[in-house]
Design a protein around this ligand. Structure first.
Ligand SMILES: *Cc1c(COP(=O)(O)O)cnc(C)c1O
Length: 368
């Protein structure tokens, strides 16, 4: 019988914590606490503490977190914002929808923005830079912050894939003016539907987001402080996320153990580039185990044909989608990544035996 190794297994994950999730559900439903109640406040407090910021504001999605942060920073028409060429499209769309112009910069071997190429993209109009911490590995924030200081730029971190990651102990999402989080089901802290948040040390940014997520309204006074949006994190999702956040430290340890197993099993294959980088102080939490194979599609199709669900994000870089009308300034590393990228199953539900199967299939492909 053909084996099936899913990329993630949300039903199995639920069973790991069923009692706690069901209790959270019963609590919310029996109290009728649906909108902006204690469960949301509790989650926000715990998230802020986990990230290492003063405030967290729950929103409807990671996209909303990015969009709201840009608006809070005063980014708008006439401004340019630096974003990586290799990221999920939402990073860039948030800039466009805030009325500003995205300026794309190529990434480096670790899939994150190439800090050596940022300076070239800065103009008199540059207002902000949005580093993305992809797959659980942070962009080089000491360098990004240095650049931002030199050119007086706002930094907004797209930390949607890196909750729990850090550099020299300082958490992702606590470096810039705001850190942006997604609780999309397949993120490291995933809800049961869309969700997101901003973390910040800036009281004004937190207040702005609190009002704008609720159509601009100050909920104490009823005063509208601007034309806002409807993008509040649901109370029910917050209750579930609060449960899962308690497990996150253990789950990160499990992910690192799986990554180590992959590393041991897969090192020594010349055509594979594994996501183990040599940067002292950087902590990889393996939201994804994303490797590069010189054999590209041939490799990823072979895995799929052997029952292993893999992600190949993104075979077509977002700036190549014509309707987005973006400028391709030449991004050789992003282009190379797009042909070679492949993420193996990485989640807390997978068993060691399943990981060994994945390793054996990969080694089989390479005839080893
Ligand atoms: C998931 C993700 C987003 C968007 O999050 P949503 O909650 O789906 O809106 C933005 N940026 C990155 C890097 C992501 O991985």
């Amino acid at each position: 019988m053909q084996r099936k190794i899913p990329f993630v297994n949300p039903a199995k994950n639920y069973l790991l914590i069923k009692d706690e999730i069901d209790a959270a559900y019963n609590d919310v439903m029996s109290k009728g606490d649906l909108v902006d109640r204690g469960q949301l406040k509790s989650f926000e407090q715990n998230l802020a503490e986990f990230v290492g910021t003063k405030y967290a504001v729950g929103l409807n999605s990671g996209y909303d977190a990015l969009h709201m942060s840009l608006r809070a920073a005063g980014v708008g028409p006439g401004d340019e914002v630096i974003v990586p060429a290799h990221t999920f499209v939402a990073t860039c769309s948030a800039v466009v929808n805030a009325g500003a112009k995205p300026v794309l910069v190529d990434v480096a071997k670790d899939f994150n923005i190439d800090c050596g190429k940022i300076e070239n993209a800065i103009t008199g109009k540059t207002k902000a830079i949005m580093p993305v911490h992809l797959s659980g590995w942070m962009a080089d924030m000491p360098k990004v912050m240095g650049m931002a200081k030199k050119y007086d730029l706002v930094v907004i971190e797209d930390a949607c894939q890196s909750l729990g990651s850090s550099i020299n102990g300082k958490g992702a999402g606590s470096w810039g003016l705001a850190g942006c989080w997604s609780f999309y089901p397949f993120k490291i802290l995933g809800g049961y539907g869309d969700g997101g948040a901003i973390t910040t040390n800036d009281a004004d940014v937190a207040l702005f987001a609190r009002r704008m997520r609720y159509n601009g309204e100050d909920r104490d006074t009823g005063e509208y402080h601007g034309h806002g949006f409807t993008c509040l994190l649901d109370n029910l999702q917050a209750a579930f996320l609060d449960v899962k956040l308690r497990h996150l430290p253990d789950w990160i340890i499990r992910r690192k153990t799986i990554a180590e197993r992959y590393r041991r099993g897969l090192s020594g294959i010349a055509d594979l580039f594994l996501p183990h980088y040599d940067s002292p102080g950087f902590d990889h939490i393996y939201q994804n185990y994303t490797l590069r194979s010189k054999q590209g599609n041939e490799f990823s199709e072979y895995l799929k044909n052997n029952g292993i669900e893999v992600l190949t994000q993104f075979r077509k870089p977002y700036y190549r989608h014509e309707a987005l009308k973006l400028e391709d300034r030449g991004f050789p590393e992003t282009e190379a990544i797009s042909c070679e990228v492949c993420s193996l199953p990485m989640n807390v539900e997978i068993t060691d035996e399943e990981v060994e199967y994945v390793i054996s299939v990969v080694r089989g492909f390479y005839g080893k």
